[in-house]
Design a binder for this molecule. Structure first.
Ligand SMILES: Cc1ncc(COP(=O)(O)O)c(C=O)c1O
Length: 435
């Protein structure tokens, strides 16, 4: 065996994508298994309320004890093990960048693709690894051939980067970009599917659907929209920035054609990681955003010619998948939904408080919007931080006006108790001011 092969093999012992020997396996796997063995009798919904188990998960994170971060919808922290992997790969990269990045760490990309594909429930040849949801979705938005007059339907409640991308295509290529507008929460799938269907014309080529609306957390009926679109011979691009690593689903089951997501939200992968899924038979027709020698090729890797980027971040994704898998997708979804319900149910009947998100599990999971009569959104967001050190985000976008609150698996009940206390106190103060 050559020295280089020996070295690469020994490095495999610290490469996250080689799961049998990952940092996670070395540091956490045995404890996780032991803990889960004692909880086997609990369903995911029952385990969602088991504070022993979640305290164990919380210990995997290094979040600040000084602020309560309830803006995980923006970007989520990585567990310690993921951070350590990135730091380790970064140090290694700096020992000899081109050697360690392009000849050594690069070896981890294919195993990582397999791990992502397993989590997504798809063929690994349908997964491209990139830096964020914006990059993934823009690859499709700018990569499809459309002619002037072709129509795309999205919504005013989609993410601005994608709205702007479609607008740019409209300006540049003369496509027609139609935006529906919804008043969320909506607890009726047919209402949403019908609105898309009514907007379809003979020129409609694609529907752009945001899987979870980032502003208020509405879960959109993506599978039903895709089934309807298929009947009309129309493609669907799904913005799954908020669903991959949160909801327990497999991408092919949605019935869409394209799916882009960030990995640095609910999967807790390193900040600056994303993924694009393209149905196998569609890969050939999508032009890469950053060019490759085979722009019309059928190999999904044509979307990964990104130039020099962070290999440590990319390889750190593997440890995030290990951490996620150790918890389990369904258990994670149920816990995060439980946390959202935990705080919203305690404040929903407080006079002056409005929750802008459905309480039904089919329509919401992590994200909920809240507002208080007599306070502007900016005032509420600012009061939560300055008085209670609770970090949230104020949303004023189209017809939506609320403070968005997003817990994650590491969020402690006592932090949500502070949130509940803060909302009650602020609502009482706003009421007193009014009278
Ligand atoms: C619905 C939605 N799509 C896309 C994005 C963009 O994600 P990224 O910053 O990873 O590109 C976001 C970010 O919050 C989002 O909420």
């Amino acid at each position: 065996m050559t020295n280089r092969r020996k070295f690469v093999q020994s490095l495999g012992l610290m490469t996250s994508a080689f799961s049998a020997s990952s940092l996670f396996q070395q540091a956490h796997a045995a404890d996780f298994n032991k803990m889960l063995e004692t909880k086997q009798h609990l369903s995911p919904a029952q385990l969602a309320e088991d504070e022993d188990f979640w305290a164990f998960v919380q210990q995997g994170y290094t979040t600040s004890p000084n602020i309560i971060n309830l803006n995980n919808g923006g970007v989520s922290p990585s567990p310690r093990i993921v951070q350590e992997a990135v730091e380790r790969y970064n140090k290694l990269s700096n020992e000899g960048p081109s050697y360690f990045m392009w000849r050594v760490l690069d070896q981890g990309r294919e195993p990582l693709r397999e791990k992502l594909a397993e989590l997504a429930g798809c063929d690994k040849e349908e997964i491209a690894i990139n830096r964020n949801a914006t990059e993934a979705l823009n690859t499709v938005i700018f990569g499809i051939d459309f002619k002037a007059g072709d129509e795309i339907i999205g919504t005013k409640q989609d993410y601005p980067n994608m709205i702007n991308a479609w607008r740019q295509r409209a300006l540049r290529d003369g496509i027609v970009y139609t935006q529906l507008s919804f008043d969320f929460p909506i607890e009726n799938d047919a209402q949403i599917v019908d609105a898309f269907e009514k907007a379809i014309t003979p020129k409609t080529k694609l529907l752009h659907v945001t899987h979870i609306i980032n502003w208020v957390g509405q879960i959109m009926p993506v599978a039903k929209i895709c089934a309807m679109a298929k009947k009309h011979g129309i493609e669907v691009l799904v913005d799954g920035a908020h669903t991959f690593g949160l909801l327990d689903f497999k991408i092919p089951d949605l019935g869409c054609d394209y799916f882009g997501t960030s990995l640095h939200k609910f999967l807790s992968a390193p900040i600056g990681s994303g993924m694009l899924w393209i149905k196998k038979d569609k890969i050939e027709k999508i032009w890469p955003l950053v060019c490759n020698d085979k722009p019309r090729g059928t190999d999904i890797r044509k979307f990964e010619t990104l130039g020099t980027r962070s290999f440590p971040i990319e390889q750190g994704i593997g440890e995030a998948i290990n951490f996620h898998n150790a918890i389990g997708s369904k258990r994670k979804e149920e816990r995060i939904r439980y946390l959202k319900n935990y705080w919203t149910t305690q404040v929903k009947d407080v006079p002056g408080v409005k929750i802008h998100t459905s309480f039904k599990s089919a329509y919401s999971c992590a994200i909920a919007g809240v507002s208080i009569d007599g306070m502007t959104i900016a005032e509420l967001d600012s009061a939560l931080f300055t008085k209670y050190k609770i970090h949230t985000v104020g949303i004023v976008w189209e017809n939506i006006s609320c403070v968005r609150v997003t817990p994650h698996v590491y969020t402690r009940l006592k932090d949500l108790d502070k949130m509940v206390h803060a909302i009650k106190e602020l609502a009482a103060q706003a009421k007193a001011k009014k009278s």
